[in-house]
Design a protein around this ligand. Structure first.
Ligand code: GLA
Length: 381
């Protein structure tokens, strides 16, 4: 049984470009935020696991045999992760798990992934660190797919685990090869605007998009051997597009084009070409709106107004969509005017207040686990 209280942290993320490409074997370009989920683990005084959260009044005291039951509540994220450990034959000591988050919840900044990743990192520490960070993020993703029932890709958990201060992560979701790309901002900022629109049924709409992509892949495979949609270039896609129709055609077209946009955006960023990077962000919003149909009037309003605002190089929705946030690349000296003008216009149009955050790019959960190792080492010295 663990004797002392321990703290862990895992960040949320903002995806700069590359949405709905991860589960199509494509490229993504997220960055970890300095907001996320904190977890305090302390010994349990009885033979139960205790889960509580500062952000949600629902608290749970569970016996070992109750751990596999879903509650349709925030606790399903930690429970799904715990199951990943017990399924691998590991015995997790009885503990109190107390969560506290400073991310807006359900706003497409990966609040759920940050709960999963902070839990997976904490359990790994409790069990003697048997897993690598890559294994941990895969377990976190699997927990969400299998236990929660959301067929998400790996982007969010990966960004939370592998984030690096002031860098974005160019991740190939097919090979899991990745590179940290320094964000040299040249007097620009990424600003996040939260629509604060209630997102309903996101999981089922998301799962439906994913299955439409799967259908496209199967139809294409009858004519061309590919493992995933994002293996196709736009030129190759155009040769197989006649075999697709309707939504299946549109979804696949977005995935292929978005993947090409990410590739070009990463090249542009490395070359310091922020103008091109911004153009690609706006192009990405357009196909998420028109082909993938995961935007909504609130997201379109914020992205399109932003695209015409002085000092803005590009703007797009970020994450799964259906609500949530936009991310905008803007000159630092325009940030205040942007927040004021867009905030006012948005409230007039929708009767909702938007929240704005200048994105601070922080480290992933990995460095926290390193930190906890150092703390432990010095405590034993
Ligand atoms: C959600 C999922 C990710 C990814 C994005 C869209 O955040 O969890 O895996 O698919 O949507 O890019």
């Amino acid at each position: 049984m663990q004797k002392t209280e321990r703290q862990f942290f895992a960040p949320g993320r903002v995806n700069l470009i590359g949405d709905h490409t991860d589960y199509n074997g494509g490229l993504v370009f997220p960055a970890a935020l300095n907001m996320g989920t904190y977890l305090t683990v302390s010994p349990s005084e009885d033979d139960c696991y205790h889960f509580s959260s500062k952000n949600d009044p629902a608290a749970f005291t569970l016996r070992k045999e109750e751990l596999t039951q879903r509650h349709h509540s925030w606790v399903d994220y930690p429970l799904g992760v715990l199951k990943e450990f017990t399924d691998r034959g590991l015995s997790v000591p009885y503990c109190r798990f107390h969560y506290r988050g400073d991310l807006p919840i359900g706003a497409a900044l990966s609040s759920s992934a940050s709960i999963e990743v902070v839990t997976v990192v904490a359990l790994n520490a409790l069990c003697g660190e048997p897993f690598t960070m890559l294994e941990l993020v895969q377990m976190a993703q699997h927990a969400e797919n299998d236990f929660v029932g959301m067929n998400c890709g790996i982007m969010d958990q990966f960004a939370s685990g592998f984030g690096k201060k002031d860098c974005a992560i160019a991740l190939d979701c097919n090979t899991l090869e990745y590179e940290h790309v320094p964000l040299e901002m040249q007097g620009l900022k990424f600003i996040i605007a939260n629509t604060n629109k209630k997102r309903g049924l996101v999981d089922s709409a998301y799962n439906q998009r994913r299955s439409e992509c799967q259908q496209a892949l199967e139809l294409i495979r009858a004519h061309r051997p590919v493992d995933c949609l994002c293996q196709l270039t736009m030129d190759l896609f155009n040769t197989v597009a006649p075999y697709l129709a309707g939504n299946v055609l549109k979804r696949a077209r977005h995935a292929v084009r978005e993947n090409e946009n990410v590739r070009e955006a990463v090249t542009a960023l490395k070359a310091g070409d922020m103008v091109r990077f911004g153009q690609l962000m706006s192009a990405s919003h357009a196909t998420l709106r028109d082909d993938y149909e995961v935007t909504c009037p609130e997201l379109d309003f914020l992205a399109e107004r932003a695209q015409h605002f002085p000092g803005v190089l590009g703007s797009r929705m970020t994450g799964a969509g259906f609500g949530g946030c936009t991310v905008t690349l803007i000159a630092e000296n325009q940030v205040n005017a942007f927040v004021e003008t867009l905030g006012k216009a948005y409230e007039e149009r929708f009767g909702l207040r938007a929240d704005f955050y200048v994105a601070e790019i922080g480290a992933g959960a990995d460095s926290v686990s390193l930190l906890s190792k150092l703390v432990r080492k010095s405590a034993t010295q």
